[in-house]
Design a protein. Structure first.
Length: 395
C-alpha cells in the first residue's frame, strides 16, 4: 500500500526514544511503498495542528546522531485527546495520505494509538497503526520491559553507587535519594544493583507498591545509623501511606489528570532531622535520570532501534492495531525477540513492581529482580576502590 508515514512521540522522553525514531526512519527508507517519512512536532498536538517535518529529507548525519541524542528530537506532549479530536485526526491523516502511523509512548499513548487504529478501521480508511513502547517507568503490560528503562535504571544504579560512597566517606548523616516512578517502583528498585554486600548502600529502598509506614521507616533509619553511621535511603517519588495518601504531593496534575509527584526525598529528610535529630539531606536527579546519554545502556539503545524497525516491518506487512513488544528468550546469556501485542490489551494497563520481589519488611529488593534487571543496563557497572585500610601502628 503506497502512502506516507507519520511518527509521533508522546509523554516524557527517554535516553533512547530517538533510537526508536532512528529505527523507524531507517527501516522506512527500505520500502518503496512508503513515499514520505514525516514526524509530528510535539506529538499528537502536532498532528492536530498539522505541524509536520520531513524526516526523509533530513541530512543523514543528523539521522545517524539520533541514537545518541537525549530527549525527543521531534518534540513530545502530554495531551489527552477528547472524543471530538479523533475524527479531526482521521481527516488530517486522509488529507496528508498518511497510511502508516506510529506512536512512541507509554500507557496513555498506547490508548491513543488503539483508538486511532479502531477509528480508521471503522471508517474504512486503510491505515496501518503500530505502537512503539517507551517509558522509564517500565510499567507497560505484555512486554518484558520497555525501551528507556534500561538506561534510566543504569543511571539510578550508578547514582546510588556514588552516593553510597559519599555516606561511607562522611559517615555522619543520611542521604535520601528520590527516584522517578509515579505509581510503579521499577526504577527505584534498580538502585539495588548498586549494593556490593549486605551492609553497603543503599541500605533502605522503598517502593510505592508497599504502603509507606513512617514509624517503621524511622526505626529502620535509626537502626542503620547506629550500625553504619552513614545511610543511603532510596525512595520512589510515588510513595503513599496505607490510606493511599501521597507522602509528598505537589498539588499538580498533568495533561492526563495524573498527579504530579515530587518532594518525597525532602519530606523524608525533614522527618529524619525533626524526629531522629540526625543530619540528613535530599537528592533528586529528576529529569537528568531519564535524559543522560553518557549513562545510556547499549542494550537499551539496540532494543529501541529494533522496536522502531520492527514496527515499520509489521505495518508494511499489513499489521495494524498492535504494539511492538519485547519477549525475553534467555537471561543467561541474555537474548530477546520482538512480538506483536494487541493495543487493546496494553492501553491504559499499568504493570506494578511484583510484590514477591520486595523483601518482607518492605525496605529492600530480592535477588529475583537483580537477575531480571542486570542484563538491561548494558555494560557492567563501574568498580570503585575499597581500600584495605591497614592501620599504621601508633607511636
Amino acid at each position: 500500500m503506497e502512502g506516507n508515514l507519520l511518527v509521533a512521540h508522546g509523554g516524557g522522553p527517554t535516553a533512547v526514544i530517538n533510537s526508536s525514531l532512528y529505527g523507524v526512519i531507517t527501516e522506512a527508507k527500505k520500502h518503496a511503498q512508503i513515499k514520505g517519512i514525516y514526524g509530528a512536532r510535539y506529538g499528537i498536538e502536532g498532528v492536530l495542528k498539522e505541524e509536520f517535518i520531513d524526516l526523509g529529507r533530513e541530512p543523514q548525519e543528523n539521522i545517524d546522531l539520533l541514537p545518541y541524542t537525549p530527549a525527543s528530537a521531534t518534540g513530545s506532549c502530554r495531551r489527552k485527546l477528547s472524543d471530538k479530536d479523533y475524527p479531526v485526526l482521521l481527516e488530517i491523516f486522509k488529507k496528508y495520505n498518511i497510511r502508516y502511523f506510529f506512536y512512541n509512548g507509554g500507557n496513555d499513548s498506547m490508548d491513543t494509538c488503539n483508538k486511532v487504529a479502531l477509528l480508521a478501521g471503522e471508517s474504512g480508511y486503510d491505515m496501518k497503526v503500530v505502537g512503539i513502547p517507551k517509558t522509564i517507568d517500565n510499567d507497560l503490560e505484555f512486554t518484558d520491559h520497555c525501551p528507556g528503562f534500561g538506561s534510566a535504571a543504569r543511571y539510578a544504579a550508578i547514582s546510588a553507587m556514588e552516593l553510597a560512597k559519599e555516606v561511607e566517606a562522611l559517615p555522619i548523616h543520611v542521604i535520601v535519594l528520590e527516584i522517578m516512578g509515579r505509581n510503579a517502583g521499577w526504577l527505584a528498585a534498580a538502585t539495588a544493583l548498586a549494593k556490593t554486600d549486605t551492609v553497603a548502600g543503599p541500605q533502605l529502598i522503598y517502593l510505592p507498591e508497599r504502603p509507606f509506614n513512617e514509624e517503621e521507616f524511622l526505626e529502620d533509619v535509626r537502626m542503620w545509623h547506629s550500625k553504619t553511621k552513614g545511610v543511603l535511603v532510596v525512595a520512589s517519588e510515588g510513595l503513599v501511606d496505607a490510606n493511599g495518601v501521597s507522602i509528598a504531593d505537589t498539588g499538580l496534575v498533568d495533561g492526563f489528570g495524573h498527579k504530579v509527584p515530587g518532594g518525597v526525598a525532602q519530606a523524608l529528610s525533614d522527618k529524619i532531622i525533626n524526629r531522629l535529630s540526625i543530619k540528613s539531606r535530599a537528592e533528586k536527579p529528576g529529569l537528568l535520570g531519564r535524559a543522560s546519554i553518557p549513562m545510556q545502556s547499549d542494550i537499551d539503545r539496540e532494543e529501541a532501534i529494533g522496536a522502531g524497525a520492527f514496527a515499520v516491518k509489521a505495518a508494511v506487512e499489513g499489521k495494524t492495531g498492535f504494539m511492538a513488544a519485547i519477549r525475553r528468550t534467555s537471561s543467561k546469556p541474555y537474548s530477546y525477540e520482538f512480538e506483536l501485542v494487541p493495543l487493546e490489551k496494553v492501553a491504559n494497563a499499568e504493570r506494578k513492581f511484583p510484590l514477591e520481589w520486595i523483601n518482607e519488611r518492605g525496605n529492600g529488593i530480592r535477588k529475583e529482580f537483580i537477575d531480571y534487571c542486570t542484563p538491561l543496563i548494558g555494560a557492567p557497572l563501574p568498580k570503585y576502590a575499597a581500600l584495605s585500610k591497614i592501620s599504621v601502628p601508633k607511636l
